[in-house]
Design a protein around this ligand. Structure first.
Ligand SMILES: Cc1cc2nc3c(=O)[nH]c(=O)nc-3n(C[C@H](O)[C@H](O)[C@H](O)COP(=O)(O)OP(=O)(O)OC[C@H]3O[C@@H](n4cnc5c(N)ncnc54)[C@H](O)[C@@H]3O)c2cc1C
Length: 370
C-alpha cells in the first residue's frame, strides 16, 4: 500500500527509461544533460543490468574486414558507412564521457584471422579502406604478414589482417561508471523491477509493474533483446552469446583483440588471461533465446578451439564461463523509433553495442526532447 508521500512525490516523472544497459543509462544521462530540470526514472529488471551490457567481451571495435564485406551484402555502401560512423562516434562518446583510465581502455589493435577459404577477402582490402576513409580518416585494414607471431594453428590461420584502431575495455568498470554518472546527475534508478507493460492516455504514459504503476510524459524503451515483451511488433530476435575467461597464463603471447569466421568468434587478452566468446553460428535458431542456459555444443566448441587453434601449445585452465543475450535483425542497423506519440525505442544493438550504445542513447534522448 502506498503512502501519501510516495504517491505525491515518487510516482510521476517527466521521463521514464526502461532497461539499465548501456543504452538505457546513456539515454538517461543525455535526457538530464540536455534538460537538467527534468525528472527521470530508470527501471531495471535485474539487480545488475541483465542482458548484454555487463556480459559482453569488452571489444571496442567497429567491424573486421569480413564483417564489413558481409554488411555490404545486405546494405548499400553509404548505409555501411553510416553504420561504421555510428560505431565510431559511439565509442568516442563513451571514451569522452567516462575517460580511458576509468574503463581500462587499451589500444593494442585488432586482428582478423583468415582461413584458406576466406583469402579472397584480401583482394578487397583496398576497396573497403577507400569506402571507410571518409568516415575514419585513415586506411584501416592492413595485411599483417607475421602470422606465426602469436602461435596460432598454422593449418587454420592462413592470413591475418591488422586494424590499429581497435581497442578493449573492462565492461564492468564501464557499467559501474555509467551508473554512477547517471545517479550523480539526479536520475532515480530502481533495480529489481520488471516493467509488465504500458499504456498511453491523453498526454501521459502509464508504466505498469507487478504491484504499482508509474507515469510519465515520455517513455524510452531500452530493453534490447527483451523488447518483444513490451512492443511485440518490432523486428528483432534474441541471440545468446557465450564467453569464457581462462586463468592467468604464463608467457601469454596474445595481446589485442582477435576475430575469426566473420566475427562469430572473438578473443582478446585481459592482462595475462584470454577472454574468448562465440559459437552462436553452430545453431543460430537454437541460440535465438532469452534463456541464459549454456549448451554443451557451444561450450565444447569454445574449449576445443582454445586448445587447437588459439593456444595449441600452451596449457590453460578455464576460470569462468557465462552467457548474455543480444538482439539481432535482418541487418546490423539498430532500431531508433517513435513507437507511439510519447513512447520511443532504442534497441537491437547486435554484437557491437559497446560501440553503438552511447550514440544511440544520444539520438534517442534528442528524439524525445525534440
Ligand atoms: C556474450 C556477449 C559478448 C558481446 N561482446 C561485445 C563486444 O565485445 N563489443 C561490443 O561492442 N558489444 C558486444 N556485445 C554486445 C553488447 O554488449 C550489446 O549490444 C549492448 O550491451 C546492448 O546494450 P543495451 O543497453 O541495448 O541492452 P542490454 O544491456 O541487454 O540492456 C537491456 C536491459 O533491459 C532490462 N530489461 C529487459 N526487459 C525489462 C523490463 N520489462 N523491465 C525492466 N527492465 C528490463 C534487462 O534486464 C537489461 O539490463 C556482446 C554481447 C554479448 C551477450
Amino acid at each position: 500500500m502506498l503512502s501519501f508521500w510516495e504517491r505525491d512525490e515518487l510516482l510521476e516523472y517527466d521521463f521514464i527509461v526502461v532497461g539499465g544497459g548501456i543504452v538505457g543509462l546513456s539515454t538517461s544521462i543525455e535526457l538530464k544533460e540536455q534538460n537538467p530540470s527534468a525528472s527521470v526514472l530508470l527501471l531495471e529488471a535485474g539487480m545488475f543490468p541483465t542482458g548484454a551490457s555487463t556480459k559482453n567481451a569488452g571489444f571496442a571495435c567497429f567491424g573486421s574486414l569480413t564483417e564489413i564485406l558481409s554488411d555490404l551484402e545486405k546494405l548499400s555502401p553509404s548505409e555501411v558507412q553510416d553504420l561504421v560512423a555510428l560505431r565510431s562516434e559511439g565509442l568516442q562518446r563513451l571514451r569522452n564521457r567516462l575517460g580511458d583510465e576509468t574503463i581500462d581502455y587499451l589500444n593494442f589493435g585488432g586482428y582478423e584471422l583468415l582461413s584458406e577459404s576466406q583469402l579472397g577477402a584480401l583482394d578487397r582490402i583496398d576497396e573497403v579502406n577507400e569506402l571507410l576513409k571518409p568516415v575514419l580518416n585513415h586506411k584501416v585494414y592492413q595485411i599483417d604478414p607475421d602470422i606465426r607471431r602469436f602461435g596460432f594453428d598454422e593449418a587454420r590461420v592462413k592470413a591475418m589482417v591488422f586494424n590499429p584502431f581497435e581497442g578493449q575495455i573492462h565492461s564492468g568498470k564501464m557499467m559501474k561508471s555509467l551508473q554512477q554518472k547517471t545517479s550523480q546527475l539526479g536520475v532515480n534508478i530502481i533495480t529489481g523491477v520488471k516493467v509488465e507493460g504500458f499504456e498511453e492516455t491523453s498526454g501521459q504514459v502509464n508504466v505498469h509493474l507487478e504491484y504499482t504503476k508509474f507515469s510519465c510524459a515520455k517513455l524510452a524503451i531500452c530493453t534490447n533483446a527483451f523488447t518483444k515483451d513490451l512492443v511485440p511488433d518490432l523486428e528483432l530476435n534474441p541471440g545468446r552469446g557465450v564467453v569464457l575467461v581462462t586463468k592467468p597464463i604464463d608467457g601469454l603471447r596474445i595481446k589485442g583483440t582477435y576475430h575469426y569466421e566473420e566475427g562469430y568468434y572473438y578473443f582478446r587478452n585481459y592482462q595475462d588471461r584470454v577472454i574468448f566468446g562465440g559459437g552462436r553460428n553452430l545453431d543460430i535458431a537454437g541460440e535465438a533465446s532469452t534463456d541464459f542456459q549454456i549448451r554443451d555444443l557451444i561450450k565444447d566448441k569454445l574449449v576445443s578451439d582454445l586448445e587447437t587453434l588459439i593456444l595449441p601449445n600452451q596449457a590453460f585452465d578455464v576460470d569462468h564461463i557465462w552467457a548474455g543475450i543480444m538482439a539481432f535483425g535482418p541487418n546490423k542497423q539498430p532500431i531508433l523509433k517513435q513507437v507511439s506519440n510519447n513512447v520511443f525505442a532504442g534497441v537491437r544493438l547486435g554484437g557491437m553495442g559497446v560501440a553503438i550504445g552511447s550514440k544511440l542513447g544520444y539520438d534517442l534522448a534528442s528524439k524525445m526532447l525534440a
